[in-house]
Design a protein around this ligand. Structure first.
Ligand code: AHR
Length: 499
């Protein structure tokens, strides 16, 4: 089949905020313990962080990492995780029914993020706690010195303030599963008061209010409107969370779930602008899609997990090749909406629904979804060009008009590079994609990377970690005005040009 992608430097979606390639580490399962941190591992550094994991994290070039939750944060006392490790309380952790040793806390995670060349997006507990604890934590992290909490940080060995810029006001407060869940009115009020007091202490911070924990929530829409009516003047972003899964084993439909993400983003942006209009405000609230991924493979195993273990194998989805294609489509969707989505976090980073897996005491490896994320994070920075796409469409039982081609072009002026990301959703046919390059004089092909596999269910495991890996033998020919790329059936493609 044939398809066309027209790109023009003058027609743009917007500048891609690098924080679109953020990720997430929660105190959950083996994300922290035996994930990023395993002091007895042969590669452990002086702080007990696994260097092999760090190498993989570096390849993903993650600019910001949300921490410490997630559901975990809604029952968390941040004070439990500072100071002398031998004196830290061991607690039953009620969000995930495990034992939390508190061996890692705010200070250690800051240090890990520094070593990973990343910044922390810090969440505060608005489940069991409130404005006062959030203010104290902010004082601990960002106040220079000479006050109770800033001097506590200094006494713990951190002379310089952490300077954490982005703060999440709680997590998924609309969800009945959330510790201390709230109605939109209740949450709107507490989020507003927390935001006010935090801004008094540090006016340079950016604040994220909790949106719905999924498009399917019964309170979706009204929740956002009510929360923003309370918080509009005090916050900068509203959050979106959504996870996708192929529960019916219908691959054609699963590959279309990015259309759902697109609808979610556009709906939330519309609600933000409704509140803006009602308030006669000049301020625009942007979106933080701070939890997104495929999550369903581990659901059964998790329902049988014994409670009160330490660092159990929890939410350990083993991703297959079709999940990688979905993640590719979701990344393109985030890029297509980068005028409103300024931050996004692939949930999560290590072991827990993650691109990186570890064996306790053993190797670490990249799951299938690692690769589209790595490509997008490394080559997707610049200006997103409005994609004009001509291609055939297909329908499934419940979804109509799904384009076979999902694509976007990113222009990086500094590097003089144009990168096209493209997924061919067809399970049968390849696509001959014509990329209209009339606006790009003298474009030269740099490379055409492809992630493909004959088996949609193929996975990478510790025994076979390189089963699904990209190659750079994609076929693209280039003339003065266009490039013709062959997008093999069900494939993820990255076509890079020097322009
Ligand atoms: O990422 C796993 C969990 O999903 C998070 O803790 C929660 O916020 C969401 O429901």
């Amino acid at each position: 089949m044939k398809a066309k992608l027209i790109l023009n430097k003058d027609f743009t979606v917007g500048e891609v905020d690098e924080r679109l390639f953020g990720s997430f580490i929660e105190h959950l399962g083996r994300a922290v313990y035996n994930g990023i941190y395993e002091p007895t591992h042969p590669t452990a550094d002086d702080q007990g962080f696994r260097k092999d994991v760090m190498e993989l994290v570096n390849k993903l070039n993650v600019p910001i990492v949300r921490y410490p939750g997630g559901n975990f944060v809604s029952g968390y006392n941040w004070e439990d995780g500072i100071g002398d490790k031998s004196k830290r309380p061991v607690r039953p952790e009620l969000a995930w029914h495990v034992i939390e040793s508190n061996e890692i806390g705010i200070d250690e995670f800051q240090e890990w993020a520094k070593r990973a060349n990343s910044k922390v997006m810090q969440a505060v507990n608005l489940g069991t706690r409130g404005p006062e604890e959030a203010r104290n934590l902010l004082e601990y992290c960002n106040f220079p010195k000479g006050t109770h909490y800033s001097d506590m940080r200094r006494a713990n060995g951190f002379e310089e303030p952490f300077g954490i810029k982005v703060w999440c006001l709680g997590n998924e407060m609309d969800g009945s599963w959330q510790i201390g869940s709230k109605t939109a009115e209740e949450y709107g009020r507490i989020a507003c008061e927390t935001a006010k007091i935090m801004r008094e202490l540090d006016p340079t911070i950016e604040l994220v209010a909790c949106g719905s924990s999924g498009l399917g929530m019964p309170t979706f829409g009204k929740w956002e409107a009510t929360v923003l009516e309370h918080t509009y003047n005090y916050v900068d972003y509203i959050s979106l969370h959504n996870y996708y899964g192929n529960r019916d084993n219908d691959t054609a439909a699963f590959l279309a779930c990015s259309l759902d993400m697109d609808k979610f983003i556009k709906s939330v942006a519309a609600i933000c602008d409704y509140v803006k209009a009602v308030k006669h405000s000049d301020k625009t609230i942007n979106l933080s899609f701070d939890e997104w991924n495929v999550w369903f493979h581990s659901n059964d195993a998790d329902s049988k997990l014994e409670p009160w273990q330490t660092a159990p194998h929890q939410l350990e989805d083993i991703y297959n090749f079709e999940d990688a294609l979905v993640v590719g489509c979701l990344l393109i969707t985030l890029l297509k909406n980068c005028d409103r989505v300024k931050m996004a976090c692939l949930a999560q980073l290590v072991n827990v629904i993650a691109p990186i897996m570890t064996d306790n005491g053993g190797i670490s490896w990249a799951q299938t979804i690692f690769y589209p994320f790595m490509h997008a994070s490394n080559f997707g920075r610049g200006v997103a060009l409005s994609p004009v796409v001509n291609c055939e469409k297909y329908s499934t039982k419940n979804i109509k008009d799904i384009p076979f081609l999902e694509a976007i072009g990113i222009m990086n002026e500094e590097k003089k590079e144009l990168t096209v990301f493209a997924v061919n959703r067809s399970l049968e046919d390849s696509i001959d994609l014509e990329v209209d390059l009339r606006d790009f004089e003298d474009a030269k092909l740099l490379e055409h990377l492809v992630l493909e596999h004959s088996d949609m269910k193929a996975t990478n495991t510790s025994e076979n970690p390189n089963n699904v890996v990209p190659h750079n033998n994609g076929v693209t020919s280039i003339s003065t005005t266009s490039a013709i790329a062959t997008l093999n059936k069900h494939s993820w493609n990255v076509i890079r040009f020097r322009v």
